[in-house]
Design a protein around this ligand. Structure first.
Ligand SMILES: *Cc1c(COP(=O)(O)O)cnc(C)c1O
Length: 397
């Protein structure tokens, strides 16, 4: 058994250096708290980047996974399995979409959405030069297709060429989209609330404007709900606040409650002219274990009325955040929805995050100067108070 320091040293030697990891080894979790190998306790306001919505050691969730492990872990998609059918039915119901394809990650869900959009357009005109409009400052993942629609040149530069025919518009600027639309446009893709880009919600009028263009010209409207979905913004999916239903939607992060799983979903109309037998696949996607996780997560969301809980604590969190903005000159503004909140600082967020960790609080950044709060959805007012105490002490340093 190594010490925490030794594990970090060993990790430094053997893991590829794609992350500047914080110098702790997380060992176990309990509710909304995490413990490192030295036994230090942290209040978790990141939930593994918006993944652990139900908190750690949820007994019902853990038992569902254990039961499934003892029954059947994997089958491949050549056959049906009960958890996948059940999970797809539940996910289709809460999203009001018609068809589900399970993936292993968010990026893989985006890949599927891109392929679905290209196929949809190809089915209509047989052409192979269709264009996708995505947003500047967006984030959709790190695989080549997902990276190609990620509007951040810093992430793309060394890996060019990207997949072709992707154009970038400005979020909340419908004019910038209209300028890029032409007869080759097959899809408009955006996050309903930009996450990595700095917690920037798409406005209602903007979403409605896009939907109108898409409906009129038979262009697919794709919403990435990977971070903002699954109840985080006070609706099962953030778009449901405005009723602007996409043709294709991606989902991941909180979907499996910590089990690596994602999904892309589409309407029946889209599915009819899109991916069909032989067009797409995955060995693991939606395997019985992952699907048992999704199934239980969705069951617990309904049983515990997570959406109502999120809305209730959001009011309190926002009120206290607004107060915090007024109290500190270096906080420029608060941005976000529900339990997906950002504090825009006039300086880098990194040092604040380090200080917060010393105080026993885990928070993350979005971009360089936005402090990002993504607590488990089960967070309560008392724990929110605890977060502010810790954050204020970190600020004071
Ligand atoms: C995290 C994220 C992705 C990528 O998901 P991975 O599981 O890391 O591949 C895509 N889109 C959004 C909005 C995300 O937040």
């Amino acid at each position: 058994m190594f010490t925490q320091k030794q594990y970090i040293e060993e990790g430094e030697k053997v893991l590829l250096h794609t992350y500047n990891r914080y110098k702790i080894v997380l060992d176990r979790g309990e509710g909304v708290y995490l413990f490192d190998l030295d036994g230090k306790k942290y209040l978790d306001f990141a939930s593994g980047i918006g993944v652990f919505a139900l908190g750690y050691q949820n007994e019902e969730f853990n038992n569902a996974l254990k039961d499934q492990i003892d029954k059947l872990i994997h089958t491949s998609n050549y056959y049906y399995n009960i958890p996948a059918v059940e999970a797809a039915k539940k996910l289709a119901k809460v999203s009001t979409m018609d068809r589900v394809f399970f993936t292993n990650s968010g990026a893989e869900a985006i890949e599927g959405a891109i392929k679905a959009a290209r196929k949809y357009a190809y089915s209509k005109d047989g052409m192979t030069d269709h264009e996708i409009i995505a947003m500047e400052n967006s984030f959709h993942g790190r695989s080549m297709g997902a990276l190609s629609v990620t509007g951040n040149p810093k992430y793309q530069e060394a890996f060019r060429p990207m997949i072709g025919n992707v154009k970038f518009a400005k979020i909340n600027n419908i004019h910038s989209i209209k300028e890029l639309i032409n007869s080759k446009t097959c899809a408009i893709l955006l996050e309903t609330v930009q996450g990595e880009g700095g917690i920037i919600p798409a406005e209602k009028e903007f979403l409605m404007g896009i939907k109108e263009i898409c409906d009129k010209q038979d262009i697919l409207f794709i919403l990435d709900e990977i971070q903002c979905g699954m109840g985080r913004c006070g609706h099962m999916f953030a778009w449901q606040e405005y009723g602007v239903k996409p043709d294709i939607m991606t989902c991941a992060k909180a979907l499996g409650g910590g089990i690596p799983v994602g999904a892309f979903l589409m309407t029946e109309k889209t599915a009819k002219s899109s991916l069909t037998t032989g067009d797409h696949g995955t060995t693991y996607g939606g395997n019985p274990l992952a699907s048992a996780g999704v199934n239980k997560v969705l069951e617990l969301f309904e049983k515990n009325d997570m959406i109502s809980h999120v809305r209730k604590v959001t009011g309190y969190l926002e009120q206290r955040l607004n107060q915090l903005v007024e109290e500190h000159d270096f906080i420029l503004m608060k941005r976000g929805k529900g339990l997906m909140q950002g504090l825009v600082l006039n300086k880098e967020a990194g040092p604040v995050i380090e200080k917060a960790m010393e105080e026993g609080l885990i928070v993350i950044s979005a971009g360089t100067n936005v402090l990002r709060l993504l607590p488990p959805l089960i967070i309560n007012e008392e724990q929110i108070d605890e977060m502010f105490e810790k954050l204020k002490r970190a600020f004071a340093q």
